[in-house]
Design a protein around this ligand. Structure first.
Ligand SMILES: Cc1cc2nc3c(=O)[nH]c(=O)nc-3n(C[C@H](O)[C@H](O)[C@H](O)COP(=O)(O)OP(=O)(O)OC[C@H]3O[C@@H](n4cnc5c(N)ncnc54)[C@H](O)[C@@H]3O)c2cc1C
Length: 437
């Protein structure tokens, strides 16, 4: 248990710097039994808990708000040996994504979900946010990787089964239920995950297109590639920012409005398949850069993955993670820029995301931390276009008020019932994910 303000401070603020609060203390258990003891002690004293993994969440759900106990799971970081016969692995909730990837790769396998903060984000946090990332288009989100979980409920009881079985319909699927629960239903302590075959041969293309309309046409063409594992988008201002931040020249010649990053992978080289597809884009593609060697691939991905850091270096962003039907990306992109310009004329809009999933990250720079007008307008726009106000980062505190835009009254009542059933005293991450009555 630590109350040292210098140590506690890093647990009290989120990655963006937009969300910060105050913690009574930080508790760092090493085992499920110790998590049980902490949860029981908090329950006995009516003290609220904020579970925290790597603290890389982007919706304010991992930071304390008003004197809660921060329950850090990072010390539960065991990664057990891969079960090669089943292509599965059991890990502690505090294991980082990078640690799991490294053990899986050593066994000739791969963990299917990949996100940029891999060295810090934890499997527990990724399940709790139902993280997505670049490979959803091929392998699905975190919920689809979870075979079983072990979790500590608000009363200190331990539920779930680890290891579990891929086929186990004896009751509700607890892993699926806790995926996206953002620390509000139970504290995840261990997880049993599926792994996928490694696809060692890769090819990546960065393709400049005139704008969002052409991007959608290119997405339709590239999506047909059997070896496609990622299909990302960044509009010109995002690529420009990332290049300036990395002090590197843009691999595309100037004049593009948006860039698509397509990655193909297989047991044999997918280069020909990808190169043919890019050539077949014809006039849609203004320019393209293709890489097959590890360093070239890393350089192209670094541009895409460097965008959040490049934005953060410019100021404290409002990060609005939304999804819209892929075909409506152009409509959304145009309207977002118009609405932000009319509400906050000096603000800068930087848009990028996972194109194949219709998932756009709208970043707005130049707003006060508590200015909600632009956030509301962007989320309302996504909802009006048949989209989601929270695509992969979760609801957290950032979007709890906006849930009503896309969740019916009956849905919201069901969320509250579930919350009450798991956590009747409301001590697990209060104020997060579940809308008030
Ligand atoms: C640069 C950057 C890029 C990112 N890219 C992506 C991306 O491509 N796709 C994507 O989906 N996300 C992305 N994210 C956000 C993503 O949600 C988080 O990185 C990750 O899933 C959270 O893991 P964490 O361990 O840091 O959790 P934290 O931030 O510590 O917590 C996140 C939430 O989970 C809860 N929680 C944490 N651990 C547990 C546990 N053991 N039991 C119960 N609840 C728990 C917390 O209370 C909180 O509500 C990105 C973040 C950054 C900073």
């Amino acid at each position: 248990v630590t109350t040292d303000p210098d140590v506690v401070a890093s647990f009290e603020e989120d990655w963006t710097g937009r969300w910060r609060g105050r913690a009574a203390c930080v508790v760092r258990p090493r085992s499920t039994d110790e998590v049980v003891a902490v949860v029981r002690a908090c329950a006995a004293h009516g003290v609220a808990i904020v579970p925290q993994g790597g603290n890389t969440g982007l919706v304010g759900g991992s930071v304390p708000r008003a004197g809660e106990v921060v329950l850090s799971l990072r010390r539960l970081d065991a990664v057990e040996p891969v079960d090669a016969a089943a292509a599965e692995i059991v890990v502690g909730a505090g294991a980082t994504l990078a640690a799991v990837q490294s053990v899986a790769r050593a066994a000739g396998l791969e963990f299917a979900v990949d996100i940029a903060p891999r060295a810090s984000c934890t499997i527990g946090g990724m399940i709790a946010t139902n993280a997505g990332g670049a490979h959803v288009i091929r392998f699905g989100m975190m919920a689809e990787q979870v075979i079983g979980v072990e979790a500590v409920c608000a009363d200190g009881s331990v539920v779930g089964r680890v290891p579990d079985l891929r086929k186990n319909n004896a009751g509700y699927h607890l892993g699926a239920l806790l995926a996206g629960s953002e620390g509000t239903l139970a504290v995840i302590t261990r997880a049993h995950l599926r792994l996928v075959p490694a696809l060692p041969e890769r090819a990546v293309a960065l393709v400049g297109v005139p704008g969002a309309a052409e991007a959608v046409q290119a997405i339709a063409a590239l999506r047909r590639l059997p070896s496609l594992v990622a299909l990302e988008i960044a509009f010109a201002e995002a690529i420009d920012l990332a290049c300036r931040f990395a002090r590197t020249e843009c691999p595309l010649s100037a004049g593009f409005g948006a860039a698509l990053l397509a990655e193909c992978a297989g047991r044999t080289s997918p280069l020909e398949e990808l190169a043919d597809a890019v050539t077949a884009l014809g006039a849609l593609a203004l320019d393209a850069a293709v890489a097959t060697d590890a360093s070239g691939i890393a350089r192209l991905w670094a541009l895409r993955e460097g965008i959040p850091d490049a934005i953060r270096a410019e100021g404290v962003p409002h990060k609005l993670d939304v999804a819209v039907p892929v075909a409506r990306i152009p409509e959304f992109e145009r309207a977002v820029r118009e609405r932000v310009a009319s509400l906050a004329p000096g603000a800068r809009v930087v848009v990028f995301g996972h194109a194949g999933d219709g998932n756009l990250h709208v970043n707005v720079l130049g707003l006060a931390a508590d200015d909600e007008a632009v956030d509301d307008a962007v989320l309302r726009l996504a909802a009006d276009l048949g989209g989601s106000i929270a695509a992969e980062h979760g609801v957290g505190v950032a979007k709890v008020r906006a849930l009503a835009l896309t969740r019916s009254a009956a849905d919201r009542a069901a969320l509250r019932s579930l919350k009450r059933a798991f956590d009747p005293a409301g001590l697990l991450n209060p104020g997060v994910a579940v809308p008030p009555d």
